[in-house]
Each structure stands twice: as structure tokens, then as C-alpha cells.
Design a protein around this ligand. Sequence first.
Ligand code: ZN
Length: 318
Amino acid sequence: MRQNRPIQSAVKGRRLLQREPIDATSWAYMKMLREGSKTKRVYDVDPYAEVYRFRENMYGLLIESADGMGDVWMFLIIGPEKAMLIDTGFGIGNLKGLVDEITGGLPLIVTNTHCHFDHAYGNCQFDRCYCHELEVEAMNRKQDSHIWDYLFDEQGNGIWMEFDREDIVPFKMYEVVGVPDGYTFDLGEGYEVELIWVPGHSAGHAMYLDKRNRNLIAGDGIISMRVGMSGGSPFTTVTAYRRELVKLSQRVHEFDHIFPGHFVVDLETSVVSSLIEACDAIIANPEDYDDCEERMGREMLLKFVKGLGTIGYNRSNV
Ligand SMILES: [Zn+2]
């Protein structure tokens, strides 16, 4: 396990183990941002999140990963009448209180990019969460008070992060609302945010286009380190991912910057065509990979993406 000198952290909870090695560029970017950003703030109401103001009305909420993977971005957009929270993290800390404090208690729409631990386990603090219709079933399967058990060893200590178990939000059921590709949310006075379906990392993985700020909130569909294809369905393949990326590439005139769910944010839109090129190369010859690593007992093949990172896949999910 490679150990970097830790990035100076302002959040509660102490990282014990980083099980995913982080590439040098993403690491350096996060170090510069977290140790040097003038907009960074931690609120008393939720000491687990660092809050960055990226635009006049758009915030990035960064939490450290509780399961040893990459640290996670959530995004908060404040519209004229409503606010929108995209992703809810691990459910450690009072995210709802934090969001209410930043927005001044505006009505809130909660959405998810996908159902994974690090993006949706905070959903149960809210009454209703929106996602793409293909993600609903997986989202509902995770409505369970035991979803956090894997974070602890037999003695009840955190495996990857040391933190107070009482800081996990109390579990309650919530309503999952699935919407189709292209569904548009209105934050008031015509402020639109559109859900754009880009599967691959998960079947119903969604991105969100903030039309007024011309930002694309990309979740785990675009990441400066690695975009992983999860496999196991016709929608979690390189081919399915490529198909929707091509549609996205025809809309790059609608946004200027991309905000991924991990690591480097404010990416240029040129990475969309670089991702398509890498998908094309994988589909043309899956054996022509650039690197290969073992992940959770499975081999992951890696294809370099110009100016970004890699796409992770295996022979069964091309
Ligand atoms: Zn993620």
C-alpha cells in the first residue's frame, strides 16, 4: 500500500487506511485545493464536510471517504426559489443541517448521480430523492439500517476511517423517485437543471446539467483518476457508456466546465471527446490496455484517457 503524506484535513474523522492508490496529479490537485483554497469553510453543524464556493450560487461539499476509496464531492446549487443537492455522501454528519444553513432554509430538491455507498448513503436524512429510473431498484435495495456495518471491524472500530458511530445519520425509509433521461428540474424563475443519463459506472448513472452556470455535474461518469465500468448489466459496459458519451459530445456547446464526483473539478469539456476515443480503442481491441491492476480480487484493465486519467474495465464488460 502506497502511503502519501496526508493532505491537511479540516474535517472530523481520521483516515486510517487508503485502500485505493491515488494518482499523483489528482493527489497534488486536492492538496493544493484543500490546503490553499480561500473559499474553504467547515461549519459547526457538520464537521465532516469541507465546503468550497465554486460559483456565486454553487458549492462543492467534500467529505473524506469512510471506506478507503477516493474522497467524495457533493454539489449544492442555489436557485431563485429552490436549492438542489446532488449526492448525499456516506451519511456521516448532519448534511441536512449543513445544506439548510448554507441555503438559509430554501426548499430543497435532493438528487443522486448513482446509488453507491459514497454518493447515496446520506439519502435517508431527506424525505425524497430523485435519480434516473434505471437506478431506482438498486437505490431501494440499499434502504437498510445495516448499510454502514461494513465500515467497522468486529470490535466496532472503523476500518478505513476513525469516527464516532453516533455521527451516522439515523436510518429511516425515504421515497426514491425515478425520472427519465432529459428530465428537467426547475429551481425557480426558469433556472433549469437537466438530468442526463450516462450509464457505465452504474446502470442508471446520471449527470446533471446546470444550464445557467453552464456546468455539468458528472458524478463518477467522468473522473480525473479512473472511470470504472461496473459490469453485470447491458448498461454497465464500455459500449453503453460510449453511446451516451457520444450524445453528450453533441451538447458540449451547452456547458463549459465539468464537476466530477471525485478529485479534480472544473475540468474542460475536451475530456468528453478524449473519453470517447479511449472507449473506441477499448471496443476495437479490449486486449490493447495500457495497465492492469488487481481490485478486490478481480483484474481490472486500464486504458489511458488523454488529458484525464483512465477507464477501468474487464473483458466481460466491454
Ligand atoms: Zn464514487
